[in-house]
Design a protein around this ligand. Structure first.
Ligand SMILES: [Fe+2]
Length: 282
C-alpha cells in the first residue's frame, strides 16, 4: 500500500504541479493534504481549483492559513484595525478565491484512517494541540508524545515546513515538510511517501525541482506584492531563501505595532534591513 502526504502548498502552483506529476508516476493509493493549501503565496485560487476539481479523491484537512482566510469572511473580524492590518495578505487571498471559500470552511481538523487493519494513520495539520502546535525536529520524544495524543501507528503532519521522520515507541511520526514553501534551506518542493511492507509502515521524504523563479515572479504578476500588504515582501524572501522569517518578525514587532510604537510598514523595512535581506535579487 502506498500513501502520499502533501502539506503546506501555500499557493505555490508551480510546486504543486510538479508534485502532482510525480504522483502520477508513483501512483499512490491515497493522497492526503495536511492543510495550508492557500495563503502566503501568489496562486491560491489555481491551487484550490486544481485540487477541488482535478483531484477530488485527495483527502484534505484544515491548516491555520485556511483559518486565517476563512476569518476574513467574518464582518466583526474585519472591524478590528489590528486584524485588518496584520492579515492584509489573508484578505488578498480571500478576495482571490471567491466562492471556493465554501468547501474549505468544512475541512476537518484531523482524519483517522485504518486501512485493512494495518494500524491507525492520523493526519492533522500541526498536532493534537491545534493547527499551530507544530512538531519540530528539535523537540524531544517526550514533547512529541504530548502532541500526538493516543498513539496511532502513523502520525502525519506538516505546519513547520521542515520535514522529519522519527519512530517513537510504536508510532511512526512523519512531518511532510512543505510542498510550496520549505524552511529547511532547500528550495525544492517537499512531500512524504508512506509505504507498508514487512508488516510495518515506512516513511520517506521526497524532494523535487521546480521553477522557483516562476513562483517568485508570480508575487509581482498577480499583484500580491502590491496589494497583499507589507508582509508579502518578507514572504517573498522566505521563498527565495527557503527559511522562515515571518515567525521571527511577528515575535519582534507585533506587540509594538498594536501599541502604535512602530508602523507596520517601518517594522517590515527595519526587519529587512537588520537581517540584510535588502540585497536579495530576483
Ligand atoms: Fe504552513
Amino acid at each position: 500500500m502506498k500513501i502520499a502526504i502533501l502539506s503546506d502548498i501555500h499557493a505555490n502552483f508551480e510546486a504543486l504541479q510538479v508534485v502532482a506529476n510525480n504522483l502520477e508516476i508513483w501512483r499512490p493509493d491515497i493522497v492526503f493534504v495536511a492543510g495550508d493549501i492557500i495563503n502566503r503565496g501568489p496562486f491560491p485560487n489555481q491551487c484550490l481549483q486544481f485540487i477541488l476539481e482535478n483531484k477530488k479523491e485527495w483527502k484534505l484537512v484544515i491548516g491555520n492559513h485556511e483559518e486565517y482566510v476563512i476569518a476574513q469572511a467574518i464582518p466583526e473580524y474585519l472591524k478590528s484595525r489590528e486584524q485588518k492590518v496584520l492579515y492584509q495578505d489573508s484578505n488578498w487571498t480571500y478576495n482571490q478565491i471567491g466562492k471556493n471559500i465554501e468547501p474549505i470552511k468544512n475541512l476537518p481538523f484531523l482524519l483517522d484512517n485504518d486501512f485493512h487493519n494495518r494500524g491507525m494513520i492520523r493526519v492533522t495539520h500541526a498536532s493534537m494541540l491545534g493547527t499551530r502546535g507544530g512538531i519540530f525536529p528539535e523537540l524531544s520524544d517526550e514533547q512529541i508524545k504530548e502532541r500526538i495524543g493516543k498513539p496511532p501507528a502513523v502520525f502525519c503532519v506538516g505546519h513547520t515546513h521542515r520535514p522529519m521522520i522519527r519512530r517513537i515507541d510504536d508510532t511512526l511520526i512523519i512531518n511532510a515538510g512543505s510542498v510550496g514553501l520549505p524552511f529547511d534551506g532547500n528550495q525544492q518542493a517537499c512531500y512524504a511517501k508512506l509505504t507498508y511492507n514487512h508488516n510495518q509502515w515506512h516513511g520517506k521524504i521526497e524532494r523535487c525541482d521546480y521553477d522557483v523563479q516562476s513562483t517568485l515572479q508570480g508575487f509581482f504578476s498577480t499583484g500580491y506584492i502590491d496589494n497583499g500588504g507589507p508582509l508579502v515582501r518578507i514572504m517573498l524572501r522566505e521563498l527565495k531563501q527557503a527559511r522562515s522569517h515571518l515567525y521571527q518578525w511577528t515575535a519582534i514587532y507585533k506587540k509594538d505595532i498594536v501599541q502604535g510604537k512602530i508602523s507596520f510598514e517601518n517594522a517590515v523595512k527595519e526587519y529587512i534591513k537588520v537581517n540584510n535581506l535588502d540585497d536579495i535579487t530576483f
